[in-house]
Ligand binder design. Structure first.
Ligand code: ADP
Length: 346
């Protein structure tokens, strides 16, 4: 199984469904402020008693204890480096914290682990540098130790820290994405898709995936959309034909031939229909739902050159696709997908 990387906003002392949590400790291991204090408070006095037996821990190394009142099996304590301008080997030491924790986790049969943002609080390590080291080190560890861990998670306390980690992770996940240049969405990434058999193809309406609506089984979103188009204009003959086949190209052709078709009406209802269909497609197919949610807050863009309604009117090779102000289409499919993602993520 591939190791999953996850980011959540929250308090690491709560239940995160992991075997171990990491404490950003200090070298005494006897508790302190920030996340260290919160962990000791939540775990209870017995944690301090066990920590007293450990004789401290060097910066960049890690030690393991039981978790007591915190709902997981272990706490892995690692003293991060105090930022001192960057000339005291801080970056290597922070990398070493993550590596030591992951090694100790694997040695103890831990399959899932949650980290806080080590050193970026009281120890003042610059956040932009810390996120790269944190995720970079964990990615490298997973590469060197495949199948050893199911989940590596970061539980991040505040929006700023959460966004920094999430953005860095997005940068690793999707080679087909970059920062968006538009103003209000400056920090967001654009994830592109087009053909169902290409990268991120599961987002395409032509991707084959069964789902049921009102007792009818559909084999693709395209089939649902064209069926609803026929039904909207009361062309039940076309509706039946559309349901009887699964070839998306043929379905699209049948959709073009719907009788009594009226542009004004279709323009008014189509995005709602597509939203409803997408909601069921992703709700009922758990792996697709997880992939969609894993896109975080990225902008989703159907890179279809000739489609200026659902698509963005640009190809997957056009660099302008990363700049919303340069889109030649409205990209309605991407926006519907993002709404569905919002709905399913809660
Ligand atoms: P350090 O001394 O390593 O800098 P801090 O605890 O001061 O450690 O801060 C590390 C990060 O942990 C900061 O981003 C801080 O906001 C965060 N943090 C504080 N309390 C918690 C908590 N209960 N759960 C998760 N993260 C926390």
């Amino acid at each position: 199984m591939k190791t999953e990387f996850l980011m959540v906003k929250g308090d690491i002392t709560k239940d995160h469904g992991v075997d171990a949590i990491v404490n950003a400790a200090n070298t005494s291991l006897l508790g302190g402020g920030g996340v260290d204090g919160a962990i000791h408070r939540a775990a209870g006095k017995e944690l301090l008693a066990e920590c007293r037996m450990l004789n401290g821990c060097k910066t960049g190394r890690a030690k393991i204890t039981k978790a007591y009142n915190i709902p997981c099996k272990y706490i892995i304590h690692t003293p991060g480096p105090v930022w001192n301008g960057g000339k005291s080997n801080e970056e290597a030491l922070l990398g070493s914290c993550y590596k030591s924790c992951l090694e100790l986790a694997v040695e103890n049969g831990v399959r899932s682990i949650a980290f806080p943002s080590i050193s970026t609080g009281i120890f003042s390590f610059p956040l932009d540098k810390a996120v790269k080291i944190a995720i970079g080190t964990a990615k490298k560890f997973v590469e060197d130790n495949p199948d050893k861990l199911d989940v590596i998670k970061w539980v991040l306390f505040d929006d700023n820290t959460f966004n920094a980690y999430q953005n860095e992770l997005n940068g690793w996940n999707d080679s087909g994405e970059k920062s968006v240049a538009g103003n209000d969405v400056k920090s967001k990434k654009v994830i592109c898709f087009h053909n169902p058999n290409e990268e991120n193809g599961y987002l395409s309406n032509w991707y084959m995936s069964d789902f049921m609506i009102d007792g009818i089984k559909f084999s693709s979103l395209e089939q649902y959309m064209m069926y609803m188009k026929a039904v909207t204009f009361n062309d039940m003959e076309s509706a039946e034909k559309i349901l009887s086949i699964s070839d998306v190209e043929e379905i699209k052709e049948l959709g073009k031939g719907v009788k009594n078709y009226n542009d004004v009406i279709w323009n008014g209802v189509r995005q709602i229909i597509v939203y409803n269909g997408l909601l069921e497609k992703f709700r009922q197919n758990i792996d697709l739902r997880e992939q969609l949610i894993a896109t975080g807050d990225s902008i989703l863009a159907e890179c279809a050159v000739s489609d200026k309604v659902w698509g963005i009117g640009l190809s997957v090779y056009d660099d302008d696709r990363f700049d919303l102000t340069k889109w030649k289409g409205r990209g309605l499919l991407g926006f519907a997908l993002m709404k569905v993602r919002d709905e399913l993520a809660v």
